[in-house]
Design a protein around this ligand. Structure first.
Ligand SMILES: [Zn+2]
Length: 201
């Protein structure tokens, strides 16, 4: 059997087991899965890649927040939690805090200017998130910054504005209907605020 020999998958399996027992939110291990899948995809050994994909499928993991509601334990009601400062809440998420702008992202932003980056962010929100049923919801935001992705994508993962599931959970914007202009504006503001904070670091 290939899986036990595969260090990535072993780590993944342990992470899943540990998280499942504690009943914690699955953001962290979804991230781990994507990371491991990325590693696998870059390996030449396609047999190993297929084995890993089968392994993951066997676990029936949700492939989007919509497919399976996440188990979240709130110390307060969701409504109360949403009223707390967003950046304070994000700072308590190991998953969200992993995202940062890298040198290539900062160079890209400096080259294009914050006004244009804001337009890019607004476009990305309008096209990939605002429709009532966005295409590939839950998977529409790549985990890559510049030069192959976009700094806004990183900002989206960092601020939980990456998909409609995260927008509902973190920003209180319900799924299943189009986002209003005001909501799109608010989400764009959040993304730009995160970028601003990253740029001075
Ligand atoms: Zn998301």
């Amino acid at each position: 059997m290939l899986i036990p020999e595969c260090r990535g998958a072993a780590r993944l399996r342990d992470a899943i087991a540990a998280s499942a027992f504690r009943g914690i939110a699955c953001d962290a291990f979804l991230f781990q899965i994507q990371k491991d899948m990325d590693v696998m995809n870059h390996q030449e050994n396609s047999e190993r890649k297929i084995a890993t994909e089968d392994f993951l499928r066997g676990l029936e993991l949700p492939d989007s927040p919509k497919a399976a509601p996440r188990k979240i334990e709130y110390a307060v009601s969701h409504e109360e939690w949403l009223k707390q400062d967003l950046f304070e809440r994000l700072s308590r998420s190991n998953f969200r805090m992993r995202f940062h702008l890298r040198a290539a992202d900062k160079a890209y932003i400096k080259e294009h200017g914050m006004d244009l980056i804001r337009q890019h962010a607004a476009d990305i929100i309008r096209k990939r998130l605002a429709p009532a049923e966005p295409l590939h919801d839950g998977k529409q935001t790549p985990m890559r910054g510049a030069p192959h992705g976009h700094p806004v994508f990183l900002a989206q993962h960092a601020t939980a504005t990456c998909c409609r599931g995260c927008l509902e959970k973190w920003h209180g914007i319900p799924q299943g209907r189009a986002m209003t202009k005001e909501e799109q504006e608010r989400v764009t503001d959040v993304i730009m605020e995160w970028i601003r904070r990253e740029m001075v670091q």
